[in-house]
Design a protein around this ligand. Structure first.
Ligand SMILES: C[S@@+](CC[C@H](N)C(=O)[O-])C[C@H]1O[C@@H](n2cnc3c(N)ncnc32)[C@H](O)[C@@H]1O
Length: 279
């Protein structure tokens, strides 16, 4: 099943949390001269036009990135993410928004390599076009879960893996966790970021349980919910599991979460940040 298109959702409140955390992780990785490997299991199109029919149909970015892009009071920790988005848009306009490959492209250096997986026939075409003048990038139209496992450990022994499935299938929840658990046995020092939607709380609880029963150490969980959990259909929030986060990340997220709650949320909105598994 491949009906999910991220173009409808680019720049929404969930992307703000996911991409600001990804920016902080990648920014941290570039502080050492030694190269690293970025692996994106579910890449999407790479870059999105917010003026196109998809983004305009849902208008989700208007309740996400649009609310903070020109805010002078944004906390320091959001700056790597916000300056990147601003650099892609002229004169305080907001016409384009990067997907995770677009975020990565802004951080990687000559010594870093990137591996991007995407299955959708249209999005893989957009992704290939987007990557045309990017050196040391490898784009593949194949399954990202298997792709991640095939690349680990990276020769540089420094790596960031983003796993961001569409969750169209219920099995994605467990498959994503199992992929990280397996990947960790091959490369225990890598940083793994797993995005999840808050749709059914039990599914997230099962993910947490599988992680805590695994051999994984040092796992941070961050979540921002617009509304309380509900039995009705629809995403009320989203979160990230981050294995081996950079040491300052938790502190930086503590700065970002109350800010996005104020700017993007309402009275019911909430956030959590916890070290689910100790170092
Ligand atoms: C949530 S979107 C990715 C968004 C992107 N990571 C970002 O942050 O901009 C999920 C993408 O995964 C793709 N996809 C679905 N199953 C896949 C699989 N098994 N392997 C690789 N890509 C897959 C979908 O076509 C979709 O474009």
């Amino acid at each position: 099943m491949l009906s999910y298109r991220h173009a409808f959702h680019a720049g929404n409140f969930a992307d703000v949390l996911k991409h600001s955390a990804l920016s902080l992780v990648l920014d941290y990785m570039t502080r050492k001269e030694k190269g690293f490997c970025y692996i994106d299991s579910h890449s999407g199109a790479g870059m999105y036009q917010l003026t196109d029919e998809y983004a305009q149909k849902t208008g989700e970015y208007k309740d996400g990135i649009a609310k903070i892009i020109n805010d002078d009071e944004a906390p320091e920790s959001l700056k790597p993410y916000l300056s990147l988005i601003s650099s892609l848009n002229l004169n305080s306009d907001l016409n384009v928004y990067p997907g995770s490959p677009g975020i990565a492209k802004a951080f990687v250096r000559r010594q870093d390599s990137s591996h991007l997986f995407e299955l959708h026939p249209t999005d893989i075409q957009h992704l290939e076009d987007f990557c045309q003048r990017w050196r040391k990038v490898f784009v593949k139209q194949s399954d990202g879960y298997q792709g991640v496992l095939g690349l680990l450990p990276p020769p540089s022994r420094r790596g960031v893996v983003l796993i961001d499935p569409p969750y169209e299938l219920k099995e994605d929840y467990q498959k994503a966790v199992n992929t990280i658990i397996k990947a960790y046995t091959k490369f225990a020092t890598g940083t793994y970021i797993l995005w999840y939607p808050v749709v059914k709380r039990e599914l997230i609880d099962q993910m947490s349980e599988s992680f805590t029963e695994s051999s994984i150490k040092n796992l941070l969980q961050v979540e921002f919910c617009l509304e309380n959990d509900t039995d009705e259909y629809g995403m009320t929030g989203s979160g990230l599991f981050i294995v081996n986060p950079p040491w300052q990340l938790s502190q930086q997220l503590e700065e970002i979460l109350p800010y996005i709650k104020t700017k993007l949320g309402c009275k019911e909105s909430s956030y959590t940040l916890k070290q689910l598994i100790a170092e």
